[in-house]
Design a protein around this ligand. Structure first.
Ligand SMILES: *Cc1c(COP(=O)(O)O)cnc(C)c1O
Length: 464
């Protein structure tokens, strides 16, 4: 493992922060003696050992789930802020970090095309909370009306709707995992839909719903559009490199009523960083509350006045702010190029699967990856056998330090000569899945393919 730059970066910044408070009288912090530090060291040794019981998420051979290592600047900035542990509920608890949050969120709003228009937005502790706020506002504006989303939308929307006591209906997806436009219009004709959840980058396969088409229906049927771009939001920066549907969908994102993106997914942040944005700042009135004890030190906006969560990690805002200082969210910037590299790796993996000389794999009927997630099934005579093979190859890869993921997908998403031989009906089939979200995945793809190919041969039997 290469050496970690964060301790050095952090030591320097911590010294700098320490100097900011140099005029305070010294005090005993209570854990400074050699004895106390020795005890802490011992516990940390144990913690390090315990943490070894994990997949190596930071390594390019980890190509399984949506896990992207935070940038060193984010880790250092987060840890730096920890010496103060600011609370972005109110300016009293996090004066500088509240302003940094507003600045970081404005960078995200600009990425979505709201750079010169008013909006309301803040960070949340997760995509789930961010989506909850957006659907809650939808329910406040149109009480009792239905929420609809694709059957491939994140399961959180069904649960959130239940929490909010709003009826939820699921819309069919086509074999590329996108929300089926005709099926949506059928639901809209019933006249009781309050919010349509449009996913840009589904969690299973990175499918991009046709947002531009949904926008075109809004005037006729009158509903709110909530864009769940928790995973895919940042792909707006490289939408020129995506297929036509995705390009048009991302171009329409500024038409959404609300948008969610997770900086802790693709934005290089430690966990605890989601973001929700509203096009109409007027929705702030629904958050209104009277608190006799939180807001004293400033007449400026306190983030707790526009957030359902009260205490929130100021450190998350500091980390995001620092990351965006280093890597601004611009179309041709280094951050965007990192996304593009992962996407190229995904396209290359998909190409190799499709062109496999031994026809061992079935890629998606609906075409190549829309973002940077690749899924494929194993050719076999029954769905059960195919699912079993996927599990065996998944395990054989892991013994070679290559970590993929498994996913259950509808069988009708796959076809071709061998799939026609699938005689036993089974709704879902276990497939292999690889999320190639690290920039390093591009140069590691050959290694990844070699390990995968060898593991597949081991399971399926030698080369033909
Ligand atoms: C991950 C994800 C969520 C949930 O976000 P968390 O940050 O895990 O709470 C919601 N929607 C989509 C599309 C996601 O990918």
């Amino acid at each position: 493992m290469t050496s970690d730059p964060v301790p050095r970066l952090l030591a320097r910044a911590a010294q700098r922060l320490h100097e900011e408070f140099a005029d305070l009288p010294a005090f005993e912090s209570g854990y400074q003696t050699e004895l106390q530090l020795g005890a802490i060291e011992q516990v940390l040794d144990q913690a390090a050992q315990r943490l070894g019981d994990n997949y190596p998420y930071f390594h390019p051979l980890y190509a399984g789930q949506m896990l992207k290592p935070p940038h060193p600047v984010a880790r250092a900035a987060y840890a730096l802020a920890m010496s103060l542990n600011p609370n972005n509920h109110a300016r009293d608890g996090g004066r500088a970090s509240s302003v940094m949050e507003l600045e970081a969120v404005s960078g995200i709003a600009a990425m979505f095309g709201w750079g010169n228009s008013p909006y309301l937005g803040h960070l949340t502790s997760s995509g789930t909370l961010a989506n909850l706020e957006a659907l809650w506002i939808g329910g406040q504006i149109a009480p009792g009306r239905r929420i609809v989303g694709s059957e491939q939308a994140h399961y959180t929307h069904t649960r959130i709707s239940a929490v909010l006591k709003l009826p939820y209906a699921s819309i069919a997806a086509d074999n590329s995992g996108r929300m089926c436009f005709e099926a949506l219009e059928t639901e809209l004709r019933k006249g009781d839909v309050g919010t349509v959840v449009v996913t840009l980058g589904t969690t299973a396969i990175g499918a991009v719903d046709p947002l531009h088409q949904v926008v075109a229906l809004r005037e006729r049927y009158g509903f709110r559009i909530h864009v769940d771009a928790a995973y895919g939001g940042y792909f707006r920066l490289i939408s020129d490199a995506l297929d036509e549907n995705a390009r048009l969908a991302y171009a329409a994102i500024d038409q959404a009523d609300s948008i969610v993106v997770d900086p802790h997914k693709h934005g290089l942040q430690p966990y605890g960083c989601g973001c929700v944005l509203f096009r109409d700042p007027g929705v702030g009135k629904y958050y209104k509350h009277d608190s006799p004890y939180t807001y004293f030190t400033s007449k400026d906006l306190h983030l707790g006045e526009i957030s359902l969560e009260c205490s929130r990690a100021g450190a998350a805002a500091v980390a995001l702010w620092a990351t965006q200082q280093l890597l601004p969210l611009t179309v041709n910037g280094d951050f965007a190029q990192g996304l593009a590299r992962g996407r190229r790796a995904a396209l290359e993996l998909d190409r190799r699967l499709r062109q496999d000389r031994d026809h061992r794999f079935q890629p998606l009927l609906g075409g190549p990856p829309q973002l940077d997630i690749v899924v494929w099934m194993l050719n076999a005579y029954t769905p059960q056998k195919s699912s079993e093979l996927a599990q065996k190859i998944f395990a054989a890869c892991a013994t070679r330090n290559l970590h993929l993921a498994l996913v259950q997908l509808p069988q009708h998403w796959f076809s071709g000569a061998d799939a026609r031989a699938l005689t036993t009906p089974a709704e879902h089939i276990t497939c292999l899945r690889s999320v190639l979200m690290k920039p390093e995945h591009e140069e590691w793809l050959d290694r990844i393919w070699r390990q995968f190919d060898a593991a597949s041969r081991e399971v399926l039997g030698g080369s033909k």
